[in-house]
Design a protein around this ligand. Structure first.
Ligand SMILES: C[S@@+](CC[C@H](N)C(=O)[O-])C[C@H]1O[C@@H](n2cnc3c(N)ncnc32)[C@H](O)[C@@H]1O
Length: 200
């Protein structure tokens, strides 16, 4: 589901970028380590801040990144123009039907996009499908508790049915053989969950 104008403003904003670099990436790295030299997929890359974090902070060898919104992909292309084509590939795509072959990535990264998918369970299944055995899944997600808050309901657009709690999200990931265990952090009183799992 595409962002409305309010959420686009909140996402395409230096404060969001700072939170992503300083806090979310730091938590992910603490939970799952670096991705040095690896082939990584970022789902819902937005304007490409996460892609840059995966390249620079996580030291990925190459990052393939997509977003449902062509405007976001265009912004990501501008941000990442200095990287050679063999390190970054950006495209328009849908996380519920990932355009990639089975077991083709060493890691998948989700900076807050799966709560935008009406059939989020299908997206988790897709993440599992494209991950190699032993691959890592890093996630930062927004829970039902947050989506039920007045601000989210009034100003932002999200699917309203079939949302998840932090525990339901981790359980769904684990049901696909991506082991999370206690490797999660509940942030903002459980409004957000950050974690890292390992595909068996
Ligand atoms: C909350 S924003 C997060 C953007 C970016 N990852 C960040 O952290 O700044 C969610 C992003 O997911 C994208 N999106 C929503 N549904 C999607 C889908 N089914 N497949 C791929 N991207 C999707 C939106 O266009 C938006 O860019």
């Amino acid at each position: 589901m595409l962002l409305n104008s309010v959420e686009k403003f909140l996402m395409n904003n230096p404060i969001r970028s700072l939170v992503q670099w300083r806090h979310e990436a730091a938590m992910m790295e603490r939970l799952g380590g670096k991705l040095t030299g690896l082939r990584v997929l970022e789902i819902g890359c937005g304007r490409g801040v996460g892609t840059k974090i995966i390249l620079e902070r996580f030291e990925a060898g190459e990052v393939h990144a997509f977003d449902l919104d062509p405007d976001m992909v265009r912004l990501a292309r501008e941000r990442l123009a200095r990287y050679p084509a063999d390190r970054v590939r950006l495209f328009v795509g849908d996380a519920e039907n990932i355009e990639a072959t089975d077991e083709s990535f060493d890691a998948v990264v989700d900076f807050g996009i799966i709560h935008h998918c009406p059939n989020w369970q299908r997206t988790v299944a897709e993440v599992r499908r494209v991950l190699k055995p032993g691959g890592k899944f890093f996630f930062e997600e927004v829970t039902k508790q947050a989506l039920d808050r007045w601000f989210y309901r009034t100003f932002l657009d999200h699917p309203t049915e079939n949302r998840f709690t932090a525990s339901q999200f981790a359980a769904e990931v684990e049901s696909h053989g991506i082991i999370v265990g206690r490797n999660t952090i509940k942030w903002f009183l459980g409004d957000l969950i950050v974690g890292a799992g390992l595909r068996l």
